[in-house]
Design a protein around this ligand. Structure first.
Ligand SMILES: Nc1ncnc2c1ncn2[C@@H]1O[C@H](COP(=O)(O)OP(=O)(O)OP(=O)(O)O)[C@@H](O)[C@H]1O
Ligand SMILES: [Mg+2]
Length: 366
């Protein structure tokens, strides 16, 4: 079987959707994941092994044309090791920076991308100092390893009790304190750059989180001026430039009455871009595959309007979802567990009114 082989570090739902996008292009993905039942195994070859196991890394990269990753927890050293002999996109530097909230925010600051006030915290004394510097209310976060709002503790008061509580909850690992942003809404911008440096961005997306977990995305985000879209694209482009980036990159943003503050960056395809599978001319997954394999990008404009709803903890009954016009169901092949993303539904429509009506039907059914 000819066609390029893309080695993918990680084999979760993002890998699965990359694999599905690669197939019609005549490309194949080969995944590395520690779980023998990883969801991406249904759409490509699965190498079962740890992401820091040199032998497993060699096996997944054997004969591959390029390497990418679908999880930003991949050890940067694993990416560096493979980068010595194969194209690894995005590069290990982007991966390393995005794994550390302090390094990430420092990169934003260096590139003139506004953020919430922040300060590194490494001790209980340092926490009191950071609270003075950053102001309250604030969120204490672990610098590494957080996802879906895990590893975060909100601080409302500067008294010893509040600080002891926060330090007791998270202290002992490198931390960052961030001022709570009184945002009007959350947005994200997805950008993609190919190996010839052509760059495209999808329309801004509006995201609703509950308990730190993304619940729904709406695309295009309503009420976005060309100026706001342009500003978000400039921020994303500065990061692409900074890291010599190839592939899809997502920047999570807080919209504070039209001012944009960057929250975090994901050096990979992103949950807030799942709507692009049905809602854009080219999906984030297809464009990521095109970019890293050295092919030209497809157009990123929206087709009508869409909303993506995550299925968290359990899957709905497929027939009920599919009875709603414009609804598309994506099941990830993961065992259901509380707070775990096990699938998503994208509803597409020709106008916001029709979309609203279809979402109402969906919520009545599931
Ligand atoms: N400084 C802040 N001010 C206000 N809200 C915040 C702030 N930081 C985080 N949040 C809220 O918590 C959510 C999750 O935070 P963040 O994106 O930092 O964590 P995460 O665990 O890395 O999330 P994920 O990886 O799932 O995007 C944000 O989308 C936002 O709703
Ligand atoms: Mg986030």
């Amino acid at each position: 079987m000819g066609g390029p082989v893309l080695a993918v570090l990680g084999g979760g739902q993002l890998g699965r959707m990359l694999g599905l996008a690669a197939l019609p292009l005549g490309a194949r993905c080969r995944f590395l994941d520690p779980a023998p039942d990883a969801g991406a195994g249904a759409v490509g070859e699965l190498v079962v092994g740890a992401l820091d196991d040199p032998g497993a890394l060699d096996r997944v990269a054997e004969g591959a044309d390029a390497v990418t990753f679908e999880w930003e927890g991949v050890p940067a050293d694993a990416a560096r090791r493979l980068a010595a002999r194969l194209p690894v996109f995005p590069g290990p530097e982007a991966l390393a920076a995005s794994q550390d909230r302090q390094a990430e925010k420092a990169a934003f600051a260096r590139l003139g991308i506004p953020t919430a006030h922040f300060a590194a915290v490494d001790s209980r004394v340092g926490l009191a100092r950071a609270v003075d510097e950053v102001g309250l209310p604030a969120l204490l976060k672990t610098r590494r390893g957080g996802y879906d709002g895990k590893g975060q503790h909100r601080i409302d008061g500067a008294d010893d009790g509040a600080l002891d509580g926060a330090w007791g909850a998270l202290g002992g690992v490198p931390l960052i304190l961030e001022r709570v942003v009184p945002f009007t809404r959350e947005l994200s911008v997805l950008a993609v750059r190919d190996r010839a440096r052509a760059t495209r961005c999808w329309p801004l997306v509006e995201n609703e989180h509950r308990d730190g977990i993304l619940r729904t995305s709406r695309a295009p985000a309503p009420g976005v001026t060309p100026e706001l879209q342009g500003r978000a694209e400039r921020y994303a482009t500065r990061l692409l430039d900074e890291w010599g980036y190839v592939g899809v990159l997502a920047v999570e943003l807080f919209d504070v009455d039209g001012e944009l503050l960057a929250n975090e960056v994901a050096p990979r395809v992103h949950n807030s871009g799942h709507w692009t599978i049905e809602g854009a001319t080219t999906s984030q997954f297809e464009n990521h595959v095109r970019a890293v394999l050295g092919w030209p990008l497809g157009a990123t404009d929206a087709v009508g309007v869409s909303a993506m709803v995550n299925c968290i903890g359990a899957l709905p009954e497929p027939g009920a979802v599919l009875a709603v016009p414009g609804a598309h169901l994506h099941v990830y092949g993961k065992a259901p567990r509380p707070d775990r993303k096990v699938g998503h539904i994208t509803v597409t429509a020709s106008s916001p009114d029709v979309l609203q009506d279809r979402l109402a039907q969906l919520s009545a059914h599931i």
